[in-house]
Design a protein around this ligand. Structure first.
Ligand code: SAM
Length: 287
């Protein structure tokens, strides 16, 4: 693999076995130097992350009948495509109706661009919350009264982000994320799930990944307890201030506006989560 650039001291140089200097793209000798290098080194493929150079090289290949291909698709197109997809998803969600059986009057839907932003950021977070679940959360949170948002089972923070975003938009209340982030709590009531998820779910780094994902949105409105949900419940009952080095201090009200149970999916665990945490739900709160 050969690298080339017009920088005399290019930082990428050390990543290549061979390196060549070519003039800057605006220099009259650029095209000829590149063609000569391609022929001399029998280069068959070119990668360039720069859109202008990509366009230039594409034209150069056609005009000179070079036996050469561009490895990557248009760089800007590649970067913009996910935004276009999220704009579409945002519009779709805005136009869709998922009616809830409720007597209360919901708040307004978000704007298509707000949904698009939600999708764009959520899609950058790994996890187990897909588009239809995001849509359901968007709808449920329109009907949430003020209060705390409790998430049991956080992993890398995908649904936590969605909850924080919606809670902020609808001024519902702070988010408390609860997860032991400990491999002993991964079984989910099934040995089979444990066996086949242990390679991919590196739980030791999941807490840090969650922090990285949620920090940009945490302004005193997000915090976490690294413990199983039953222990976290005891803490929540005795102390409504949660302090962590990363998120600082968050003050909770003790009334739960929305309870998202996505921790241990074993029957007894879900029953226990419901039995404990529902005692704190406010009238009209979501589950
Ligand atoms: C299905 S994942 C959560 C997915 C996450 N909500 C998302 O959007 O990607 C389940 C999580 O529950 C956590 N968990 C397991 N037992 C738990 C317990 N007793 N209390 C709280 N969390 C628990 C696991 O550590 C794991 O991170």
């Amino acid at each position: 693999m050969i690298g080339a650039s017009s920088e005399k001291y290019d930082l990428s140089r050390k990543a290549y076995q061979q390196w060549f200097y070519i003039p800057h793209i605006t220099h009259p000798d650029f095209a000829q130097s590149l063609i000569e290098l391609v022929k001399r080194k029998r280069i068959s493929q070119i990668f360039t992350p720069h859109q202008v150079i990509w366009n230039f090289v594409e034209e150069l290949i056609t005009d000179n009948g070079l036996n050469l291909t561009l490895v990557n698709t248009q760089p800007i197109e590649t970067e913009l495509q996910p935004y276009r997809e999220c704009l579409e998803s945002g519009q779709e969600l805005f136009e869709s109706t998922l009616s809830l059986a409720t007597a209360s009057r919901g708040k307004e839907k978000l704007l298509p661009i707000q949904y698009a932003s939600l999708f764009r950021h959520a899609r950058s977070i790994p996890g187990e919350t897909d588009g239809s679940k995001i849509a359901a959360l968007c709808e449920i949170m329109r009907y949430c009264p003020p209060g705390d948002i409790i998430e049991i089972g956080v992993l890398w923070g995908k649904s936590a982000f969605v909850l924080a975003y919606l809670a902020g938009n609808y001024s519902i209340g702070p988010l408390l994320c609860i997860d032991p982030w400990d491999r002993n709590y991964l079984p989910q009531g099934s040995e089979l799930l444990m066996k086949y998820s242990s390679n991919t779910h590196d739980i030791s780094s999941a807490l840090m990944i969650f922090q990285m994902n949620l920090l940009p949105y945490g302004r005193g409105n997000i915090n976490y307890l690294q413990s199983p949900s039953n222990e976290a419940y005891r803490d929540y009952c005795s102390n409504l201030f949660v302090k962590s080095q990363v998120f600082g201090l968050t003050s909770y009200s003790g009334s739960v506006a929305l309870l998202h149970i996505d921790g241990n999916h074993g029957y007894e665990f879900v029953r226990q989560d419901l039995a404990l945490w529902q005692k704190k739900s406010v009238r009209g709160g979501g589950l």
